[in-house]
Design a binder for this molecule. Structure first.
Ligand SMILES: Nc1ncnc2c1ncn2[C@@H]1O[C@H](COP(=O)(O)OP(=O)(O)OP(=O)(O)O)[C@@H](O)[C@H]1O
Ligand SMILES: O=P(O)(O)OC[C@H]1O[C@H](OP(=O)(O)OP(=O)(O)O)[C@H](O)[C@@H]1O
Ligand SMILES: [Mg+2]
Length: 288
């Protein structure tokens, strides 16, 4: 029996790079650069099945793959028998209704009787039914944003991230229907073999360690002992900061972990409090 955990991943596109980065940071090395559909890892009992993202939910539901990494939007759109094991926090976007900028939006009822272009008819149909709106859904697979401009539809329902595609097509987002991100899925109600479950547990453990380190910095500094209390009161620390003696008995070395977004604010306060020789380092993994 096959003992390798088979993971369906996007073969190219928006999810590909970050999926491969996450697997790489989790220590998984592939046997060869992909060009074949199925590539085993050389140091971990997994193999990657490279697919179009549209096919990932079905491949997991029917057991072709054991797990998959795909956008939540595709999972909901395809509506296959899969369950979400973990939200992965990358490829964040939302799926929204947008209308031409010049229109004064009066609320959801504006969509009654309108024609909406989308690549996500399943999610849109459910949203419209839940809100008692009767609109005409026009399915197109790409370049959805140009539909209103060429008279193909009154509005669109599509992926929005920075919003720049909307702006360049003179559209404005009026309803955010779904917040999406990459998710790890498995077949609903299906139990993996004990060996594959062990592999999945180890994989999730590593993903958590990679994610915990994300956006964190390790900082260390020299502090005069008479300023130690003040410096410690500035540091948020995970539990409590490490304080180590130095050759000069009047000084000590303080180590801690900070959120990167607060780094400059905290460093400024540490300097003012008397800390010197402050170093801020990247953290690769954090095992909590
Ligand atoms: N601009 C964006 N910003 C962030 N995430 C996005 C963006 N566009 C798409 N995504 C996410 O990445 C997923 C894959 O997008 P991509 O454009 O690669 O899909 P695709 O063209 O359908 O690819 P495929 O060829 O595999 O079918 C989307 O389903 C969505 O979850
Ligand atoms: O809000 P924004 O940051 O502009 O991102 C949104 C756009 O990104 C995606 O398209 P992508 O750029 O992947 O091109 P595609 O049409 O080839 O999918 C999506 O289909 C939107 O069109
Ligand atoms: Mg696709």
């Amino acid at each position: 029996m096959e003992t390798k955990l088979r993971i369906a991943v996007q073969s190219k596109g928006r999810l590909y790079d970050e999926t491969m980065e996450l697997l790489g940071e989790s220590g998984i090395r592939l046997t060869a650069v992909k060009r074949t559909l199925l590539v085993p890892a050389r140091n971990f009992p997994v193999e990657l099945l490279f697919l179009r993202d549209d096919d990932i939910p079905e491949s997991v539901a029917n057991g072709t793959a054991d797990i998959g990494i795909v956008g939540l939007n595709e999972v909901l759109e395809k509506d296959k028998e899969v369950e979400i094991v973990k939200r992965l926090g990358f490829s964040r976007c939302h799926i929204s209704l947008a209308i031409p900028q010049h229109i004064e939006y009066s609320g959801l009822s504006w969509f009654n009787g309108r024609k909406i272009a989308t690549s996500y008819p399943g999610i849109l149909d459910k949203f419209l039914r839940d809100n008692n709106i009767k609109a005409d859904i026009h399915v197109i697979t790409g370049s959805v944003e140009i539909a209103p401009g060429i008279g193909l539809a009154d509005a669109i329902f599509d992926i929005v991230s920075s919003g720049s595609t909307l702006v360049s097509n003179n559209l404005v987002e009026v309803e955010n229907v779904l917040d999406s991100e990459a998710v790890l899925i498995k077949a609903a109600g299906n139990t993996l073999t004990a060996t594959k479950q062990d592999t999945l547990d180890e994989l999730l453990f590593r993903f958590n360690a990679v994610k915990a380190a994300d956006g964190k910095k390790y900082i260390l500094m020299n502090v005069p002992k008479n300023k130690l209390d003040e410096v410690l009161s500035i540091l948020p620390g995970i539990k409590s900061p490490t304080v180590l003696p130095l050759a000069n008995a009047d000084w000590c070395s303080v180590h801690s972990v900070l959120e990167e977004k607060r780094l400059w604010e905290i460093v400024g306060r540490l300097k003012a409090a008397g800390a010197e020789g402050i170093l801020a380092l990247d953290i690769e993994k954090m095992i909590l």
